[in-house]
Design a protein around this ligand. Sequence first.
Ligand code: ZN
Length: 255
Amino acid sequence: MPLQTTQAYVLRTYTLAEADKICVFLTRDCGKVRGVAHGARKMKSRFGSALEPLTEVALTYFFKEGRELVSVSTCDITRSSFYIASRSYETASALAYMAELLSEFLPDNEPNERLYRLVMAALAAIEATPEADKLWQLLRYFETWLLRLTGYFPDLAQCAACQTGIEKNVSAFLTVEGSPRCLHCSSGRGAVVDTEMRHVISEIFRAHPHEFATQLIPAKRLQQIGEMNYQIIRHALERDLRSRALLKQLALGQL
Ligand SMILES: [Zn+2]
């Protein structure tokens, strides 16, 4: 197979053999790709410090016939996440959470240009917004869009049971599976998505992350959206995310 060249974000790395690492990338051209970086653990490795989570790299790799993992040839930093991650422990944990979400949620080798651009825009907004409380607001933005672009976010405008529309000025209800229901079909049971939550969600889908970060949204509303998103995430993955517990502690109830 010919050499592939693409922009990519590093999602995670782990040790394979004494000198090798397995790396999971979000590539612009090919979606999530898992590969082996030979010699990545050696001192003065040719991969240097390029393999931190959500660092953007120029990646070249090639497929080997019958192998699940690609072989990483070069991996050069184009934009380090270090300057954002070193801002605070909360920010570093938020980046780890975003990388874990992407790593766990995406199928292998399925290109998704909009998702790649979401990561770029979310990181740029986090970098440009140093206020600690806005970090949680941008994380909610990222999560909600990630769920939408991977097909998991419910269409709150329509009841999935009776197919009738759910007007913006009434609550929608989510089943345990995250499927939307009108008041009649749910009998008021399930997770309530009230009109204020629905308004924030519609702003997330309308606004650029920089603009969304400037909006004043009550912490309680963001917390409700975070809980709703995490229910959908946990149901889809059938387990918890490792980075979630620490983040929840650091957010002091804002997650
Ligand atoms: Zn209905």
